[in-house]
Design a protein around this ligand. Structure first.
Ligand SMILES: NC(=O)c1ccc[n+]([C@@H]2O[C@H](COP(=O)([O-])OP(=O)(O)OC[C@H]3O[C@@H](n4cnc5c(N)ncnc54)[C@H](OP(=O)(O)O)[C@@H]3O)[C@@H](O)[C@H]2O)c1
Length: 265
């Protein structure tokens, strides 16, 4: 890390809990490589304090922006002054730029980061039949980005089915020609299977989808970064699938986050 001086711009990551976050390490390495005089720090913020904290941070003149993660991505939407078109469509924000006048501008970069991470590993989602487990913030962003990347069909499976239906309805409005489903029983029919639930972070979590249907023609991807090899990825590797871990989704977002927060200014 570069020496912190009175000129150093501050970037934060707000989460609850915050101890497990990986972004500061990756982001600070990026800032150092780009010779940017800035630092990212963890900020432990409980949901009930979110609005007060954000309103206070508006007045902090050396704050360049914030990364937003679990459980705040949906709640910050109404607290931002402006949203990118993608954040408005997805209904979630994971990166906020604080403009010099204190305005907070929210973007969602998870989905495009996931797609860029896939492409970086030589996997083009165009034309693939895709399954996304989950309908929360990460799943919504990934689902919209996969639709934008031209998957041939998209199935959303979620514990709370109503959220999966609502997500499909929102995607249908932006991508009216896309084949959409919420049938979580047809995993074997998919080319790309992605876990965007939080199941797999803890030892002993239930699997996020029916592992018995995994086969060697499939790519199985994770959003979870810790552990790097989740029970899902282990089962997929054992079934002969190509596996794609959660870290590239974050790594691909770092440049996008830096651009949105205009770190170089
Ligand atoms: N690699 C990256 O760059 C990256 C980026 C963003 C997020 N992530 C990871 O993605 C995961 C999801 O994050 P998020 O922001 O989308 O969280 P979120 O908005 O809270 O959504 C959580 C999702 O997991 C499901 N879920 C939670 N507990 C469950 C359980 N016991 N049984 C079945 N389903 C359950 C929820 O289903 P319900 O709707 O039924 O509650 C929901 O679909 C986290 O592990 C996060 O760390 C990774």
């Amino acid at each position: 890390m570069m020496a912190i001086t009175g000129l150093t711009r501050i970037f934060g990551i707000i989460a609850d809990p915050v101890h497990h976050v990986k972004t500061p390490g990756v982001f600070n390495t990026y800032l150092r490589k780009q010779a940017v005089d800035g630092v990212m720090i963890p900020m432990h913020v409980a949901p009930g304090a979110l609005a007060d904290v954000l309103n206070g941070l508006r007045m902090m003149q050396n704050l360049g922006g914030l990364i937003v993660t679990v459980p705040h991505k949906s709640a910050v939407v109404t607290l931002c002054d402006e949203l990118t078109a993608e954040a408005a469509r997805v209904g979630a924000v994971n990166c906020i730029r604080r403009d010099p006048d204190g305005r907070m501008v929210g973007a969602i970069l998870d989905g495009i980061g996931f797609v860029e991470g896939l492409r970086g590993a030589g996997i083009d989602p165009h034309g693939l039949r895709a399954y996304v487990a989950g309908a929360g913030g990460a799943a919504s962003a990934v689902a919209f980005a996969l639709a934008g990347a031209g998957v041939s069909s998209l199935t959303i499976g979620n514990r709370t089915e109503a959220r999966a239906h609502a997500l499909c309805d929102r995607i249908a409005r932006s991508y009216p020609g896309l084949a959409l489903s919420t049938d979580a029983t047809r995993i074997a029919d998919q080319d790309l299977v992605m876990n965007a639930t939080s199941l797999g972070m803890q030892n002993g979590d239930a699997p996020p989808l029916d592992l018995r249907q995994l086969h060697s023609g499939q790519i199985v991807a994770e959003a979870i970064m810790q552990p790097a090899l989740t029970a899902l990825l282990r089962a997929a590797a054992a079934a002969g699938c190509r596996i794609h871990p959660g870290l590239p989704m974050l790594e691909s977002q770092i440049r996008l986050m830096a651009e949105h927060m205009r770190v170089a200014q």
